[in-house]
Ligand binder design. Structure first.
Ligand code: ADP
Ligand code: MG
Length: 448
């Protein structure tokens, strides 16, 4: 027997423990394409929703470098409002977008009069005498404050702000890093903060901490990838461009320095011309590559493009003494792409395939529907094939084994496929040639 369950819980039965509902709601919000702020708002909502944990207000502090800054304050919530939110949260099939929208609205409304004052709640984490609530973050412990008025460890400015005597400080920590803090209170109901409240709030704080941590980590990775790409680009520019430039300089100097024999002059000028062409090629491909942006995808009839493409003079020239075997399905469905980019992607692959195919060898170009969602384009060569190590390098920027290569062709192809929401597969084995399979989405026909 096979039973299937959705990864994302949707409908709870009324007996489901509140704790489970709250955790499910938070976990589920992480599936949504919401921003960090929105997902934290869902956590603050869980903390302040009536029958859930039942705090009335939640204030979020974030660690901005070395300062703990108040950024959002959710509440105050009347018992009725909190209960209404809870009913909404626990009703079947509730849309998280609505919760976020609802709260965002609430926060924005509050922000107008509170934001300037909220900004005054800033704590320097480097300071030696740090009051509560910031002290809880530094000590990495949950702190319950009761009788705040008489507690010298509490910042009087903070008490004036929240106007309650009891509150709970929940540090947001992940991997030993202080990420922020949430302070919750029951300033409307004035109910006591109990052990069960603290247990649940602790779970929310752990989730929030980890969520902030992974979001920050993701941002850092993206940043590092950008820097790495920039580094590779710089290495490429200095390495690839230097050789032709040095050659051009050297051969020009030779021509200018001494009386030059016409024969030698001609040879030098030919070399210079070749190197200039190589430079132009690199610059064209680079600028072209950087220009690809996600434009509106359009229905593309791939068949005539593929049939015309093999007749292009540049392809014919390259394919001299080789055969291109062409099989294009006659009823090929329209695909989602851009006609110019589509052609360029195939030309780049065909170009590589012809480069490695020996004289007398064959290159195969095929196009047919793969299933009812995708069209498959195959470009297969009779070249030497690739071992696993070389195959892994194929899409690295500037990776080339050709004297006059740019190492941008395949990167370009991949970028086009990604832009068109397609997929790409490479199959290759030493001695068996290489096969690229491109899958393009079929353009669904609207009602005619
Ligand atoms: N069909 C293929 N068979 C074997 N190696 C290939 C094939 N296609 C690409 N490669 C390898 O990948 C490298 C990068 O290709 P590409 O990005 O098109 O840049 P370029 O053609 O300028 O070198 C090539 O230099 C070659 O080493
Ligand atoms: Mg190439």
């Amino acid at each position: 027997m096979i039973e299937r369950y959705s990864l994302q819980p949707s409908n709870f039965n009324p007996e489901t423990p509140k704790e489970l509902v709250i955790l499910s709601i938070i976990a589920q919000s992480f599936f949504q394409p919401f921003s960090l702020e929105d997902n934290l708002l869902v956590i603050l909502t869980a903390l302040t929703a009536g029958s859930g944990i039942g705090f009335n207000r939640a204030m979020l502090f974030l660690n901005d470098g070395m300062k703990l800054k108040a950024t959002t304050w959710l509440g105050p919530r009347s018992p009725e409002e909190a209960e209404a939110i809870w009913t909404m949260l626990s009703s079947p099939g509730i849309g998280y977008a609505e919760i976020v929208a609802y709260n965002r609205d609430l926060v924005t409304k509050m922000v107008k009069d509170i934001q300037p004052r909220l900004k005054s709640l800033v704590y320097d984490l480097e300071s030696r005498t740090l009051p509560l609530p910031a002290l809880a973050a530094i000590n990495k412990e949950i702190v319950l404050v009761t009788g705040a008025q008489n507690e010298p460890a509490v910042d009087p400015n903070f008490i004036r702000f929240i106007q309650v005597d009891s509150f709970l400080c929940l540090p947001l920590i992940a991997q030993d890093e202080i990420l922020g803090e949430i302070v919750v209170d029951k300033g409307i109901t004035h109910a006591p903060i109990e052990a069960r409240d603290i247990e649940l709030a602790r779970l929310c704080a752990l989730l929030a901490g980890n969520y902030i941590y992974t979001t920050n980590l993701y941002k850092k990775v993206v940043e590092m990838e950008k820097m790495a790409a920039l580094g590779e680009m710089a290495a490429f520019v200095s390495h690839q461009l230097r050789n032709p430039i040095v050659a051009i300089g050297g051969f020009t100097k030779q021509i200018l320095s001494s009386p030059c024999q016409p024969e030698r002059c001609r040879r030098n000028l030919n070399i210079i011309q070749e190197q200039v062409k190589h430079l132009e090629d690199i610059i064209y491909k680079l600028s072209h590559f950087l220009k690809i942006t996600i434009r509106e995808l359009q229905p593309v009839d791939a068949r005539p493009i593929l049939l015309n493409l093999v007749e292009r003079p540049d392809i014919k020239l390259k394919a001299a003494k080789k055969t291109i075997s062409l099989k294009i399905d006659e009823n090929l469905p329209l695909i989602q792409c851009d006609p110019v980019y589509f052609e360029e992607a195939v030309v780049n692959l065909l170009d590589n395939a012809l480069d490695v195919t020996p004289e007398g060898g064959k290159v195969y170009l095929r196009a047919r529907p793969y299933n009812d969602k995708y069209v498959m384009i195959i470009i297969k060569d009779s070249g030497p094939g690739l071992d696993e190590k070389s195959r892994d390098k194929l899409f690295s920027p500037f990776y080339t084994t050709k004297e006059n290569g740019t190492g941008l062709g395949l990167l370009f192809v991949k970028r086009i496929i990604d832009t068109c929401n397609g997929k790409l597969e490479v199959q290759s084995k030493p001695g068996r040639g290489t096969m690229f399979k491109l899958y393009f989405k079929i353009q669904e026909r609207g009602p005619s």
